[in-house]
Design a binder for this molecule. Sequence first.
Ligand SMILES: NC(=O)c1ccc[n+]([C@@H]2O[C@H](COP(=O)([O-])OP(=O)(O)OC[C@H]3O[C@@H](n4cnc5c(N)ncnc54)[C@H](OP(=O)(O)O)[C@@H]3O)[C@@H](O)[C@H]2O)c1
Length: 257
Amino acid sequence: MLPEAAIPSGYAPGPGLLRDRVILITGAGGGVGSAAALAAARLGASVVLLGRNVKKLEKIYDAIEAAGAPKPAIYPMNLAGATWNEMSELYASIEREFGRLDGLVHAAAHFTVFSPLSDIVPRDWMESLQVNLTAAYTLTRLALPLLTRSADAGVVFLTDPSGRDNKAYRGALGVTKYALEGMVRSWALELEQLPHLRLNAYDPGPLRSFLRLKGYPGEDAQKLPLPESAVPGLLYLLGPDSRGLSGMRFSSASLRE
Ligand SMILES: NC(=O)c1ccc[n+]([C@@H]2O[C@H](COP(=O)([O-])OP(=O)(O)OC[C@H]3O[C@@H](n4cnc5c(N)ncnc54)[C@H](OP(=O)(O)O)[C@@H]3O)[C@@H](O)[C@H]2O)c1
């Protein structure tokens, strides 16, 4: 189990927190991914927007340009089918274009519906494992050569309560979040000798997004916080204010206390 840690209460990123950094964000067209991308760009980062829906990526690209932030890059990729070589080519392209990588946010998640494990459609199981776990592993592993060259780098894995304590009927999503936190735990321990590189899990709490709507269709979404509420925690974990903290599970509770 990952040790739990708190985002400093009322954390507010300083101006230029991520200046000159290059940050890759998966699921950048989604609720959390797009909020993270715009916020990181506004704080000076060049963001690489990875997702499978180009129209959604273009929308966030335009918002970043309109904000006068550093020019982002769009990298379309369907993580359900992407190969090791295609992911390697992504980093070759980042290195050619930007020459560096200082952060990675794993916000992409495959999810269709909560169901008993015995009833999961085989394809749904495989895509959940592929997108939520294997792609997160592979993208992190292939990023290590660039991340270890950065003077200060953060990798953030979005998680949810299942990551800490999986329960009945949380389906493939629950299994993958539980495994994801286990992966963060062992990987952070193995990389302890690299104090400038941190790997952490972040649970932002329930947020108004498509993913949430799919899981809780009867819920009044208007009562949920917007994905932007995850931004301070993500920026804290991406930037130098979390230096030295690795292999931990942060949750949004600390932000709301
Ligand atoms: N929302 C919550 O209440 C909540 C709570 C705790 C943790 N989280 C976690 O936060 C992360 C972001 O979720 P969200 O709420 O922002 O959901 P979201 O708006 O549905 O975003 C998920 C993103 O993942 C992308 N994705 C799914 N399958 C993909 C694939 N095969 N290849 C590439 N991209 C793919 C989606 O792309 P498309 O747009 O093309 O579908 C979407 O952009 C997830 O890891 C989620 O588990 C969310």
